[in-house]
Design a protein around this ligand. Structure first.
Ligand code: HPA
Length: 262
C-alpha cells in the first residue's frame, strides 16, 4: 500500500471519503505539531492528514510550528507530502477558483524557524533549485488529466509573512519579480520537507485576486467561499493523485542531504 502525507490549510480541514483508522499525537524535538495526525485510507493508499492551522483554524500562518509539522510526518514514516493551500492570484489570467501546480518559490518570510540544521545538528545547505518534487508534480499533472480537473501550470509561489494581506505595491513588485501567486504558508514548509528528504508538491487554490489586481476590498469570507467552491474538484483531483504515485521514489529529494552537509 502506498502512503502519502497531506497537509492542508484554509477551507480544507478534513478529507472526505477518508476511512479513518486512528489519530496520532506526535511529539517532536521542536515542540507540538498543529494538530493530531489523522491516519486513514482511500482506496489502496494510506493517507496521513494534518490541518496546518489546526482543526479549528486557531493557528495563524506566522505562528505555525513548521518544523514540528514536518518532523511529525517524518516520524510517521511519510516520504511524500502533498500540500494544499489558498493563495491570492497575481498573474494575469488567474481567477478565483483556479487550481495551480506550484513549481517555484520566492521566499519573503521574515521571522520563521526555517531549518532543522541550526548548528546543534550540524550545518547543511540543501539544493533548492527545484523547490517542489518533479516526480510528485508529474503525478499530479497526470491526475488532473485523469480526473478532468483543469490545472494551471507555471506557478511561482511568493511566500509572505502575514498575517496581514499585502499592499498593492508589494503585489506589483512580486509580479515584476515573476510571482504568480501569493500565500503565507508555503515556506518554510517546502524547504523543511527537502531537509527531511521528503518529497513535497504544492497545489494551490486561487481564493482571491491579490491586492490591487482587482478594485475590490479583500475579505476572508471571499477566501473561504472560493475554497468551498473548489472542494469538489480538489476531492476529485486528490483521489486521482492517490492512484498515480509510483511506489519507488526516483527523484533527488530522497537524497537531499547526501551532498548538503558540511
Ligand atoms: N495573500 C496572501 N495569502 C493569501 C491570499 C493573499 O491574497 N489569499 C489567500 N492566502
Amino acid at each position: 500500500m502506498s502512503r502519502i502525507g497531506v497537509i492542508a490549510g484554509s477551507g480544507l480541514y478534513e478529507i472526505r471519503g477518508l476511512t479513518i483508522k486512528k489519530n496520532r499525537t506526535v511529539t517532536t524535538p521542536y515542540g507540538r505539531p498543529s494538530e493530531k495526525y489523522v491516519i486513514g485510507e482511500i482506496d489502496d493508499t494510506e493517507i496521513i492528514f494534518l490541518p496546518r492551522h489546526g482543526k479549528h483554524h486557531g493557528i495563524p500562518p506566522h505562528m505555525i510550528n513548521y518544523r514540528a509539522n514536518i518532523w511529525g510526518f517524518k516520524k510517521l514514516g511519510v516520504k511524500r507530502i502533498l500540500s494544499i493551500s489558498a493563495v491570492g492570484g497575481i498573474r494575469k489570467g488567474l481567477k478565483p477558483g483556479d487550481i495551480i501546480i506550484l513549481d517555484q518559490v520566492l521566499d519573503m518570510t521574515k521571522n520563521r524557524q526555517a531549518t532543522f540544521f541550526d548548528g546543534k545538528d550540524g550545518v547543511a545547505h540543501i539544493d533548492f533549485t527545484d523547490p517542489f518534487c518533479p516526480e510528485l508534480g508529474k503525478a499530479i499533472k497526470r491526475a488532473g488529466v485523469k480526473s478532468k480537473v483543469t490545472l494551471k501550470k507555471g506557478g511561482t509561489y511568493v511566500a509572505v509573512e502575514g498575517p496581514r494581506l499585502e499592499s498593492a505595491s508589494e503585489i506589483k513588485s512580486f509580479r515584476i519579480l515573476g510571482g504568480d501567486v501569493v500565500g503565507m504558508t508555503g515556506m518554510p514548509e517546502a524547504s523543511l520537507a527537502r531537509e527531511a528528504e521528503i518529497c513535497y508538491a504544492g497545489v494551490s487554490v486561487v481564493a482571491n485576486y491579490a491586492a490591487g489586481i482587482s478594485r475590490k476590498k479583500l475579505t476572508v469570507a471571499e477566501v473561504m467561499e472560493a475554497m468551498k467552491g473548489t472542494t469538489g474538484n480538489l476531492k476529485k483531483l486528490l483521489k486521482a493523485v492517490f492512484t498515480m504515485i509510483p511506489d519507488e521514489r526516483k527523484c533527488a529529494c530522497k537524497d537531499a542531504l547526501a551532498e548538503a552537509k558540511i
